[in-house]
Design a protein around this ligand. Structure first.
Ligand SMILES: Cc1ncc(COP(=O)(O)O)c(C=O)c1O
Length: 351
């Protein structure tokens, strides 16, 4: 059939989401979900919820949540926007800030959705290569990114797990003439974050998600913080009711239980560091990670073979084709039992 899509859409391969398999007893460590359930407060909130309320539309702005996030981030409600997951917020940003005449600059490797969103806009993508085995951020990116209107910094980075030093993020923000989007999907697992930069610089957006540290990938909720002008602009780009009523209710109940969340985060960080030590002992190359996953290259540099071997043994991790990324697998930190099983399998093959 003749295609009626815009030529940009026909040219896109589409984003490949991590597999969500239905196989029983599979250890699923491929999409950086949290191995622990959300707070028990979520079940209580759902029990108390009056089902009749569902006949009404939700609050289109999710103001209760905006107030909670604003208070935590030391900003005002008008500095916050809520999204249907952070992918929704990313879509708004790419719609608003990229076009064939407005390129985006991203680091390579980083989250593989960014180039797909750029392609939908017909926007050129400038790829700034991370350097060496530790995927270091280049000091001066100003010449390379001069024509870009949007710069995306993923912090901690995915899939590598390392962090761009905050002093360097600040330098990028000061020198870049365009919007700087700091994607902190994994920020809660890191030693520091860049939320204060969203208040300090008018051209900075910091984005968070409930999918990782908040154990709620199934709920689809994220938020972004920026100057009031930028948030007002993003509001024009969002779907009217982009966050549904149930998401807003369970997200609130879950978010307010900080003690529980911090316990889960602490356990994941501890297990991540233990697993990294174990992998280094086996001769893997593993950049230091501040996220809830490890990017690990087996001693033979064959990431795909490691991926297949684990898959045959009922462990699903993530593999990204490519000259550099193809040497690695990305392993989400699971429960201690799951992590132990991964290490047993890897020892059996690589020790
Ligand atoms: C760097 C990064 N940003 C954003 C997202 C999207 O998260 P959400 O589930 O909130 O759409 C992911 C998901 O894996 C991610 O890795």
């Amino acid at each position: 059939m003749k295609s009626y899509f815009r030529k940009e859409i026909d040219a896109i391969a589409g984003y490949t989401a991590g597999e969500q398999p239905k196989i029983a007893n599979l250890i699923k460590l491929n999409t950086n979900e949290n191995p622990y359930p959300p707070s028990p407060a979520v079940a209580a909130a759902l029990r108390e919820f009056d089902i009749a309320r569902l006949r009404r539309y939700p609050d289109p702005f999710a103001d209760e949540l905006r107030d909670i996030f604003a208070a935590d981030c030391n900003v005002k409600r008008d500095n916050v926007i809520v999204g249907n997951g952070s992918d929704d917020l990313l879509t708004m940003c790419f719609r608003g800030f990229t076009s064939p005449e407005h390129p985006v600059a991203v680091f390579e490797p980083s989250y593989s959705l960014y180039p797909v969103l750029a392609a939908m806009q017909g926007a050129p993508v400038i790829k700034v290569a991370l350097e060496g085995d530790d995927f270091a951020y280049p000091r001066d990116i100003s010449a390379q990114t001069a024509s870009a209107n949007l710069l995306v910094i993923t912090r901690p980075n995915a899939p590598t797990g390392n962090v761009c030093p905050k002093s360097l993020v600040r330098e990028y923000c000061e020198n870049f003439d365009g919007m700087v989007l700091i994607d902190e999907a994994y920020g809660d697992f890191a030693e520091d974050n860049c939320m204060d930069l969203a208040a300090e610089y008018e051209n900075v957006i910091v984005m968070r998600t409930f999918s990782k540290s908040c154990s709620m990938a199934g709920v689809r909720l994220g938020y972004a913080v920026s100057s009031t002008t930028v948030i007002a602009g993003l509001m024009k780009l969002k779907d009217s009711y982009n966050s549904d009523m149930l998401s807003q209710i369970v997200a609130k109940a879950n978010y307010l239980d900080k003690a529980y969340r911090n316990e889960c985060i602490a356990a994941i960080r501890r297990d991540r560091d233990l697993m990294r030590d174990g992998l280094l002992e086996l001769g893997f190359a593993v950049p230091a990670s501040q996220a809830n996953f490890l990017f690990a290259a087996p001693p033979d540099g064959d990431g795909e073979a490691a991926f297949r071997y684990l898959r045959e043994n009922a462990v699903l991790v993530r593999y990204f084709k490519g000259d550099v990324t193809g040497r690695y697998i990305r392993i989400t930190i699971g429960t201690p039992e799951e992590n132990l099983r991964v290490m047993e399998l890897l020892k059996a093959r690589y020790a």
